[in-house]
Design a protein. Structure first.
Length: 558
């Protein structure tokens, strides 16, 4: 109609005032203008009516999308003690911050009657929001729609938020609750998984990736979380495995439950696939909120900083008596960590797996710091296969995102035995050595007691480009313990002779001063001043610049 008006009015003189203009226009229009039928332009003359109906239609579509698979399936989800996909998003993000994308996306499958089963959103809620004011992207699979199964369009939605996260530099959080690939779509759904896998790889080391397993995750679906940085699970309602109990029974004749095969406890204690297990959905989501606060938004962002009233130079006199008088008596390294970090807050990673080493995040002067510490309470703090892998992955994450690393050392060596040797302690131990040697972030090391043998080298020693290496007066830095060393050096001595030579060896090497004399220890410090020394060291190292030789990528001993 506008085009007709423009052409008809060309060259026409319009009187601009009063009713003359109206009458002349009506006369001209009646003889020259061609209007469309009344039912087409009536709404145009009443835009408020048209807008009202459009808004109503939008709200109807939004309501349908928010309903997921319907109230009956939502009730079934609640009956299992689980939140729905949208409820999880509400708990995870700051109130009112969620901005949804692709709410109206639908699957494109027409086989097996799927054209008659269409749900807006296609079983996954995607978008962005904030956690304590910081931007994150996320997807939350909706088990009430086709069991949360992944279709081609479902995968495209996930890929879109991952692409946006990498583009702007923000963490990706996946809330997984899915029956796996949508069988009706065949290879299209498998292709969708591969597209997600590819983005997991490209995003690795670029933005933090966190997976929260809140229901089933089986078959090929497990490999996307496996390539993310951290995995959290919910006890008794989430599980991960490549093949389920039925297939296991068919192939190997083993009878096993889902929980025993791939439940949260299994993966946080035995396999190390998952990092933490929580009692329910809400506890897991609140933990993720706390955890994200320790992480930078991307590899281009500085570590986050949070205001603190904890003085950076706070002294802890109780640390002066932390080390027991007997070298064989254990103590809890958690005590040292909590007395060093701001306000005693420490988020531990994999506390139930390889507990002979502690990994986690704390803050010094409000800034995030990664902590790696031997734990004398478990296996005397010895390094073995599991602890080496656990710490190596943690160190590499910190290095990828420029998070400084503080290493607290009390290690008697590597665990001996045929089991360790036959299962590859050489190669697995080398992973930790490689990770520390490769890392270019600020590295501060404090040796509290034992630092023996190759384990001394591995635990962020000065020789692996440690920036500041401190020792307590109780530190013992040597090839091995005094008695073992004497029995090798002075073979054939009787017990009295061995005891005398052991005392001599201890007097010579059971202290940090030999290493300090060689410059391998920068300073022998008082235990009570440990926090102050670490804080000062991190201040000095904020401008650290160190680059490894150019390479396409390294070849860590996997």
């Amino acid at each position: 109609m506008v085009a007709h008006l423009d052409s008809a009015c060309a060259g026409m003189t319009i009187v601009r005032f009063g009713s003359v203009r109206k009458s002349r226009f009506r006369k001209f229009a009646s003889s020259h203008l061609r209007f469309p039928p009344a039912h087409l332009w009536k709404g145009a003359l009443h835009p408020e009516k048209r807008m009202s109906s459009t808004i109503e239609e939008l709200e109807r579509k939004r309501a349908a999308a928010r309903a997921g698979g319907g109230q009956k399936r939502i009730d079934a989800q609640h009956a299992k003690g689980k939140l729905t996909a949208r409820e999880r998003v509400e708990v995870l993000l700051d109130e009112g911050s969620f901005e949804e994308l692709d709410m109206f996306v639908e699957h494109n499958c027409v086989d097996f009657g799927m054209q008659d089963q269409v749900f807006p959103g296609d079983g996954v809620v995607t978008g962005s929001g904030t956690i304590n004011g910081r931007l994150v992207f996320l997807f939350s699979q909706d088990f009430t729609v086709f069991g949360g199964s992944l279709s081609e369009r479902h995968a495209q939605k996930i890929c879109k938020v991952m692409d946006m996260a990498m583009k702007v530099g923000a963490p990706v959080i996946g809330l997984n609750d899915s029956g796996g690939a949508r069988i009706q779509e065949g290879v299209a759904s498998l292709g969708g998984y591969a597209e997600v896998f590819q983005r997991n790889v490209l995003a690795s080391g670029v933005v933090p990736q966190i997976s929260v397993i809140m229901g089933p995750c089986a078959g090929g679906a497990v490999y996307s979380p496996a390539m993310t940085d951290f995995i959290f699970m919910v006890k008794d309602s989430s599980y991960m495995f490549v093949t389920g109990p039925d297939v296991v029974k068919t192939v190997t004749n083993e009878v096993v439950t889902q929980e025993a095969l791939g439940g949260a406890v299994t993966h946080t204690t035995k396999t190390s696939v998952a990092d933490n297990a929580f009692d329910d959905d809400i506890e897991a989501l609140l933990a993720v909120r706390d955890f994200v606060d320790y992480l930078p938004e991307s590899n281009r962002s500085p570590v986050p900083e949070r205001p603190t009233d904890d003085p950076w130079d706070r002294l802890e006199p109780s640390l002066d008596t932390l080390i027991p008088p007997s070298a064989n008596q254990p103590y809890d390294m958690h005590e040292l960590i909590r007395k060093v970090v701001d306000e005693g807050e420490f988020f531990e990673i994999q506390p139930g797996h390889a507990a002979n080493i502690i990994c986690g995040f704390g803050r010094i002067e409000g800034k995030s710091v990664g902590f790696v510490a031997n734990q004398p309470m478990v296996l005397a703090g010895v390094l073995d296969i599991n602890s080496s892998k656990k710490a190596a992955r943690f160190v590499r994450f910190c290095d990828a995102f420029d998070i400084p690393i503080v290493t607290l050392v009390d290690v008697p060596g590597f665990l001996p035995g045929t089991s360790q040797e036959h299962n590859g302690i050489i190669k697995h131990g080398a992973k930790l050595l490689f990770a520390y040697a490769e890392a270019t972030v600020p590295k501060i090391t404090v040796i509290t007691r034992k630092a023996y043998g190759g384990a001394y080298d591995v635990m962020a020693s000065k020789h692996l480009r440690g920036d500041l290496n401190y020792a307590w007066p109780t530190a013992e830095i040597a090839v091995m313990g005094a008695k073992g060393a004497v029995e090798i050096i002075f073979r054939g001595l009787n017990e009295e002779g061995i005891a005398e030579k052991t005392r001599e060896y201890e007097a010579r090497f059971a202290n940090p001063f030999v290493a300090a004399a060689k410059g391998f220890i920068d300073e022998v410090i008082q235990p009570h001043s440990t926090r102050r020394r670490i804080a000062l060291g991190l201040r000095k190292l904020r401008g650290k610049s160190l680059e490894n030789p150019w390479k396409k990528h390294d070849n860590i001993p996997l």
